[in-house]
Design a protein around this ligand. Structure first.
Ligand code: GUN
Length: 280
């Protein structure tokens, strides 16, 4: 039987509607209009698109977004100064520095400079520590978007074997921790993992964040497993595709997230949710 497709656009629309209602209530009851500062350094094409989409999504739910576009040769000190100003600005509730930054800027120092209360990416040490303790105020957008999508489709992770492929600080590591916080049994795989297909085939839920177009075929998937594709790649014809070979896996999995229209829209929806969560 063909897998049920987890529709990220539909799920994200549901999250965005809830955020919109929260924003309206905040304005009506407290006169607060939330503000998000988005900083983009340089002219990376993909980053420009992401930032534009984030600004548009903010507008739609009633969050004021303010974009700071700085040239690629911006010095680290200048960037830190801007963050300091935004930290002190009452009208700014969230600060997002789009990654990656140009090589001459130390990303860790930049993230450290953001007030943890305004760190809507949840990249700061404080927010990572909170995640470790299961005491989150806001959580990284992509993994929390994945959990939201699983919830929407009533897929319970408790007691399930979740295999996460990828150990990045943005997706793989926080995903593993958040699944663990929800009582899943978690295995994290990466580029050095031996016999990856064998481990993946043990997964009830397989989360793929490797950055390799169509790498995961049905050989990696247990019949009936849930497959979540975090990849955003271009295939040999320049067409957008995930890390999962959708055609190969769709008959084996019970649920699958497509690319595009799966995890991507969820990431932005959860960012808006995090901006909302900066006030209580
Ligand atoms: N670059 C790729 N994904 C992200 C993200 O979620 N947040 C930021 N700030 N930069 C990114």
């Amino acid at each position: 039987m063909a897998a049920i497709i987890m529709d990220g656009k539909k799920t994200a629309a549901y999250v965005r509607q809830k955020v919109k209602e929260k924003c309206l209530l905040l304005k009506k009851e407290k006169g607060i209009v939330l503000g998000l500062a988005v900083i983009l350094v340089g002219d990376d094409n993909a980053s420009q698109i992401y930032v534009r989409n984030k600004a548009k999504a903010c507008e739609e739910v009633g969050i004021n977004s303010k974009q700071y576009t700085l040239p690629a040769n911006t010095g680290q000190e200048e960037l830190l100064k801007l963050i300091d100003t935004l930290n002190k600005d009452d009208k700014i509730n969230g600060i997002l520095v789009q990654l990656p930054l140009p090589k001459h800027i130390d990303e860790k120092e930049v993230i450290k400079a953001i007030d943890p209360k305004k760190d809507v990416d949840a990249f700061s040490n404080e927010n990572i520590g909170r995640m470790f303790c299961g005491d989150m105020i806001c959580s990284p957008c992509t993994p929390s978007g994945i959990l939201e999508m699983l919830d929407y489709y009533k897929i319970d992770v408790r007691g399930k074997h979740c295999v996460v492929i990828g150990r990045s600080a943005i997706v793989g590591k926080p995903m593993a921790m958040m699944l663990l916080n929800r009582d899943a049994t978690v295995t994290v795989c990466h580029s050095k993992t031996k016999d990856l297909p064998h481990i993946c085939r043990q997964a009830d839920i397989l989360v793929v964040a490797v950055g390799k177009p169509k790498m995961i075929t049905c050989e990696y998937v247990k019949p009936g497993a849930v497959v979540v594709d975090v990849g955003i790649n271009r295939d040999e014809n320049g067409k957008l595709c995930g890390d999962v070979d959708f055609e190969s896996v769709k008959e084996t999995a019970s649920y699958i997230s497509p690319v595009p229209g799966g995890v991507g829209p969820m990431t932005i929806a959860m960012l808006l949710n995090n901006v909302c969560n900066t006030v209580n």
